[in-house]
Design a protein around this ligand. Structure first.
Ligand SMILES: [Zn+2]
Length: 325
């Protein structure tokens, strides 16, 4: 099902079965003889089916289609490998592309697992979390040649002219697009209305939460009449949502500090103290991938607090114990 948002700008909601995100928004822009598609869905059967029917409904010729991918997560990037043809340009943030190549070289999943182990994540849950990680199951199955973009670069399509904005935080090189004359912000997963973007620890990123909060402040002053996010509802007041997201992370930092008032803990032990916006009644019922994202989010908040000297760490028998500084 295609929805026309503005003349020549459409949205297809690509389903993500058995995933709490439910669906990803894929935006399709009709230009002069070419289409531009922004984000694609996962590389899995249900996404492929819905994408095919959307392309057919709009009369998209993939030989005359380019792509922009907001960030590396499989629900945005996964399907582009199936869709891009030899004549397609696949635009992607330079920072994100170089992060992905470094991860491939240095084996990111292995060093991520090491960090999770150090933070108290149990071995059996770790195996299940990594084995069922969407990035592992539904990412692109062939290498993609990206045309990389930097802050301030532009992408033209028909009467749309987008400027690239680096917005690291949700991922190391997340990128938003801004159309200044139409006052449109393509926000990817940087700002979402109905859900809070996951801010996780990333290997080789010093302080993901600090970068995320700075990226929120960076887009705050833009004049925006329409926010087109990566998931769920399209809305118009990005500033109010940014204020809510700041308050949300402040609250979460306080919950981490509160958990440590009772004494030292691992990141995994702090996680049950945090208010998670999910449908599981208790921490024990979280499936391992959800525990993985939650623990990663706790580590990002701990890192932020360590860097402002509110938390300290001590390694005891191969496990990092955190306490109030
Ligand atoms: Zn994402």
């Amino acid at each position: 099902m295609i929805e026309e948002i503005l003349p020549n700008l459409y949205r297809a909601e690509i389903p993500l079965p058995r995933n709490p995100l439910k669906a990803v928004n894929s935006y399709m822009i009709r230009g002069d003889g070419r289409f531009l598609i922004i984000d694609t869905g996962m590389n899995r059967e249900e996404c492929i089916r819905e994408m095919d029917s959307a392309l057919q409904e709009l009369g998209v010729d993939l030989e005359k289609t380019d792509f922009f991918i907001t960030h590396l997560h499989a629900d945005h990037l996964g399907l582009v490998g199936n869709l891009a043809t030899d004549s397609s340009t696949v635009y992607f943030s330079e920072r994100e592309a170089s992060y992905m190549s470094a991860s491939r070289r240095e084996g990111s999943r292995e060093d991520q697992a090491t960090i999770y182990r150090l933070n108290g994540f149990p071995e059996d849950e770790l195996e299940r979390a990594i084995g069922t990680h969407p990035g592992h199951l539904y990412g692109p199955k062939r290498p993609i040649v990206f045309t990389t973009l930097k802050e301030g670069d532009s992408i033209e399509c028909g009467d749309f002219s987008f400027t690239c904005i680096d917005t690291p935080g949700h991922t190391p090189g997340h990128m938003c697009l801004y159309e200044s004359s139409k006052r449109i912000l393509m926000s990817g997963d940087h700002i979402l209305l109905d859900i809070t973007p996951n801010i996780c620890f990333w290997p080789r990123m010093d302080d993901a939460l600090k970068e995320y909060l700075a990226s929120l402040d960076k887009v705050y002053p833009l004049d925006v009449d329409l926010v087109l996010p990566g998931h769920r509802t399209i809305w118009n007041d990005h500033r109010r949502r940014i204020e809510e997201l700041h308050a949300h992370h402040q609250g979460r930092l306080n919950e981490v500090l509160f958990a440590l008032e009772e004494g030292e803990k691992t990141a995994y032990e702090i996680a049950p103290y945090i208010t998670w916006d999910v449908n599981y009644k208790s921490w024990d019922l979280f499936p391992p991938p959800q525990k993985w994202f939650a623990t990663g989010e706790v580590i990002a908040h701990i890192t932020y607090l360590e860097r402002i000297d509110m938390i300290k760490r001590e390694v005891k028998e191969g496990t990092i114990m955190y306490s109030l500084a």
